[in-house]
Design a protein around this ligand. Sequence first.
Ligand code: MN
Length: 261
Amino acid sequence: MDRRHFFHGTAAAAAAGALAGCAAPAGTAGSRTPFAVAGTVIPVVGSDEVFPVRRIYCIGRNYRAHSIEMGSNPDREPPFFFQKPTDAIQYVAAGTVPDHPYPSLTKNYHYEAELVALIGKGGRNIPIATALEHVWGYTLGLDMTRRDLQRAMGDEKKPWEIGKSFDRSAPIGAVHKVAQTGHFTKGAIWLKVNGVTKQSASLDQMIWSVAEQIAKLSEANELFPGDIIYSGTPENVGPVVRGDVIEMHIDGLPNLSVKIV
Ligand code: MN
């Protein structure tokens, strides 16, 4: 099973809406829905709980060498963010190598290894100094990218959406509670394809720290419990083809692996 879903009807939908900070529109309380809509959750390590995913934010170009390889000047750019839909999540259990389908429309499908911070307490205009108090847990994930489409759309000054925000574009591991792991501000992050190292860096090489990302994001949008943030990838992103096995690592977390099929 590659995704975990919960299904909600009337009461549960209202509860989920309240949890996500989205009040039901006036006059809809108690109304029945004509069909169930799946929500996305991620298992929590050492717990019966699952983490409900509300929004998936991703920062762009957050390591100097990656920023340069993507054609930017890392010294002059403020942070920028995009989103993936919650059903882009492909949950990957530790110790397994599930199939990850090569997506449609692309001929240049890239990996990006990233630390993911999961928000447990929302807020607006969150100060950097207290931003990490809003993190409930961490995991690791892949920001899979149709690089050819991302570039083509960028060249035409159109939205990146089709390059970044498609089905299963966000493989992700189980959530580790920050209470048990502490914060991830340094340590190795690497990615291998078929056992060959492709990306290798340290989390302290981020241009914008997780705390700074939370502060910046909360200026643009109110953050809520359930929001998650892909914190950017180091340099040496590259392509995979069918049959390749990706393995990624962050110090302190179990490795995440998928097979491209
Ligand atoms: Mn990325």
